[in-house]
Structures are given as C-alpha cells and as structure tokens.
Design a protein around this ligand. Structure first.
Ligand SMILES: Cc1cc2nc3c(=O)[nH]c(=O)nc-3n(C[C@H](O)[C@H](O)[C@H](O)COP(=O)(O)OP(=O)(O)OC[C@H]3O[C@@H](n4cnc5c(N)ncnc54)[C@H](O)[C@@H]3O)c2cc1C
Length: 381
C-alpha cells in the first residue's frame, strides 16, 4: 500500500525524474566514490540545478514551493542511490539546515546564503555536538560571547556532516556563562572565518559524506550572524532535529525495501540443491517476516508524515520511528547480508558498504539510548 498522493501525476513524475537522475549520475560511480571517499564537486550543483534542494521552501528564497511529499519522495530515492554518505549530505543540507535558515534568518541571510545553497552552489552544515558533551547537548562548552559589535567563538565541534566543506555552518554555542538550555544560540558561521580550523575525520562508514571536526579559537563573527533569539537556540535545534529524524525514517524504510528487493532477486537467481534459494521454506519464511516489518515501518512513517505535513503534533511518534525504522533497517541489512552468503562478505559488494554505514543509524540525530530516554520522559516515566 502506497499513500494515494504518490499516484498524482506531479508526484509520480517527480519520482521518475529523481530516479533517472540517480541512475545516470550516481549509481554507475557508487563503488568508485566509496573507494576514493569522495564525490565530484559539481554533483551538488547538478542536484541544485534540478531543484532537489529546498523542495518545500517558497520560491521567494529559491525553493521549489512543493508539498512535503516531494521531500518524502526525494529521501526515498536518495536512499536507493547506493551512496548513503552522499545522500546524508544532501538531506542534512535540504531538510535540516536550510529550513532552519528559512525560519530564523533575516532577508540578507536568506538572499546571501539560503538562495545559493538551494541552487547547489555550496554546502551547508549544522554543528551542535561538542566532543566534551556529546549526547548531553545542553552542556556544550563552545561559547559565543558578545564583545562590542561581534560575537567571539571559542570551542570545538565534532562529527559534523559537511563540516569541512560547508561555506556556512549553523553553530550551536553558549551565549551566557550559565549552564542551562536558555543560554544557547545559533550562529551562521562562514567556513573561511578567521580563527576556524576544520578537519575531515576518517570514518568506517558513510565514506562519501564529509564528517569533520571544527575548532574555533577567538573566531570573530558579526552580530548579524545570530539566527533568531540568542537564548532559544536549543529549542530551535530540537524542532529541526525532529524533521531530520522523520526524513531519516523515510529514507531508511526505503533503503530496507530496496535491499529486500535486491536480496529477493539474488535468492531467485541462486540455485542450491536443485532449486532457487527463494524456494527454501526457511528462507522464504524469513523473507516474508522481514518484508512485514518493512511494511509496518513504512505505513507508520507515512501516517506520521501525513500528520507532520498538516502541522499536527507528532513528537512522540517521530521518536518512535527513530527507534523502530532505524533499527529495523539495521536488522534488514544484517539479515540480507547473511542471505547473500560469501558474496556479502566481499569488500566491493555494495551491501558491505551499507553495512558499515548502518553503524551510524543508531548514533546520528540522537543515539538509541538518548531517544528512548526522551520518549520515556514524554510518557512521564
Ligand atoms: C555519521 C554521523 C553524522 C553526524 N552528523 C552530525 C552533524 O551534522 N551535526 C552534529 O552536531 N552532530 C552530528 N553527529 C554527532 C551525533 O549527534 C553524536 O554522535 C551523538 O549525539 C552522540 O554523541 P557522542 O558520539 O559524543 O556519544 P556519547 O554522548 O559520548 O555517548 C557514547 C555512548 O553512551 C551512550 N549514552 C550517552 N548518554 C547516555 C545516557 N544518559 N544513558 C544511556 N546511554 C547513554 C550513547 O547512547 C552512546 O552509545 C553525527 C554523528 C554521526 C555518527
């Protein structure tokens, strides 16, 4: 069962456009890019020229003025690209950072930063995590203290997607010395500001994504770099994270389904003991069980997307999806790799890369433990 809206001509056509783009521009190079840990610099521009970034933002800021279901379709198709690091990079730009700048930025920031970023002219990043506090975001020690007309940034951010390549990074920093969530602000920091040192980290998965550390040493940025209110950064960020988690669930359900389909093809073509592996009872039962969990995750996610698109409160449900869809996808990957036999043990098999990528699913956008704790709090446990 698919949401009826997917049958509309504009949505159907859009899916075909994205699928064609990925089939031509991405999939043929997937393995090479995984090996070289790099993505051609002009790919972002091509993505932007196709109008894939900021689909649901208004045209006035360079967005596509389309409904949220276009974002859903884009995430589903990116997940089938076989280059998940790159997919993450695009989704962070379009579904995490761009909406924050749109909601909080002034006209100048939208014109100078948001518009060209949506056109694919450069990358955006969001730096919240400090190495000193990790999951405990409210305890970050990166500071941005007002001195005359400028904020002076000091501290370090780590594991930041697009961190070493972004032209602008939204940085969460403490604006007052007191240690509570009402003392944090968000700042739009240029990548070439004086006092910044950025370094790409070597990760075991998501190799085509730039995961970086950013150090600030007496980095001076203008007062106008502040996004929104200097004491509400934590709240802005939490709201933005929910959208990222939901889009992440959409992408990972789609990835799970893609892997399941690929595995079924493999099992149908591989003959052992006089018949296709897909005919063996143990295997077909397992495949049916896996497909059932994928459908459960997809249907729940679509329901939440529908409510989210209408502005209904779905915070609990999104956190549930962050657990259910993300962990289900990890399980599907692990089982499908096993069903590929020794083929799935080869370094150059695309599933081997995805398996390494999947370690990050229970870390990024809130770890498995933290998300469970947040939910438990919502249930007043
Ligand atoms: C691929 C990737 C991309 C990322 N991109 C970004 C980005 O763009 N921007 C950004 O700001 N950050 C980003 N992050 C960072 C991510 O948000 C953090 O990794 C995450 O918040 C956890 O912090 P930590 O890694 O320091 O783990 P820690 O907080 O040190 O936790 C270590 C372990 O302890 C557990 N733990 C921590 N606290 C508790 C608790 N109270 N109870 C039980 N268990 C607990 C954790 O679940 C984890 O298993 C990214 C991470 C990854 C892996």
């Amino acid at each position: 069962m698919e949401p009826i809206i997917f049958e509309d001509v504009p949505h159907k056509n859009f899916r075909q456009t994205v699928r064609k783009f990925i089939a031509k521009e991405v999939i043929p190079h997937a393995l090479e890019w995984e090996k070289t840990r790099s993505i051609p610099v002009n790919l972002l521009q091509k993505v932007g020229e196709h109008g894939f970034i900021g689909l649901s933002l208004p045209e006035s800021v360079g967005g596509g003025n389309k409904d949220f279901w276009h974002e859903v379709i884009l995430a589903e198709e990116l997940a089938r690209s076989r280059v998940l690091g790159w997919a993450l990079s695009i989704l962070v730009q379009s579904n995490m950072v761009a909406p924050l700048i749109f909601q909080l930025g002034n006209n100048e920031q939208k014109e100078k930063i948001l518009k060209p970023a949506l056109a694919g002219k450069f990358y955006l990043a969001l730096a919240a995590t400090d190495p000193s506090s990790g999951s405990d975001l409210a305890s970050i020690t990166t500071v941005a203290l007002l001195k005359g007309k400028n904020y002076i940034l000091n501290g370090e951010k780590r594991y930041i997607t697009n961190g070493s390549i972004a032209n602008y990074t939204v940085v969460l920093a403490r604006t007052k010395t007191q240690k509570d969530i009402w003392a944090l602000g968000l700042f739009l920091v240029p990548g070439d500001a004086r006092g910044i040192k950025r370094e790409k980290l070597v990760t075991v998965g998501l190799k085509t994504s730039d995961t970086a550390s950013i150090c600030f040493k007496d980095c001076s940025i203008s007062k106008g770099s502040l996004l929104g209110d200097s004491t509400r950064g934590f709240l802005y960020l939490l709201r933005g994270l929910q959208r990222e988690r939901l889009i992440g669930a959409v992408a990972l359900n789609s990835l799970a389904l893609y892997i399941w389909e690929d595995t079924l093809n493999f099992l149908q073509s591989r003959h052992r003991f006089d018949e296709a592996l897909s005919k063996k009872q143990v295997i077909r039962h397992r495949m049916v069980e896996l497909r059932t969990t994928i459908e459960a995750a997809r249907q729940f996610t679509y329901l939440v997307c529908d409510a989210f698109a209408e502005g209904k409160p779905v915070d609990k449900e999104i956190l549930m999806l962050k657990i259910f869809s993300y962990e289900n996808c990890q399980k599907i990957i692990s089982e499908c790799v096993h069903l590929h036999g020794a083929e799935g043990f080869l370094e150059d098999h695309w599933l081997s890369h995805v398996r390494q990528d999947s370690q990050a699913f229970s870390l990024a956008a809130g770890t498995a433990e933290i998300v469970r704790d947040l939910l438990a709090g919502m249930f007043k446990m």
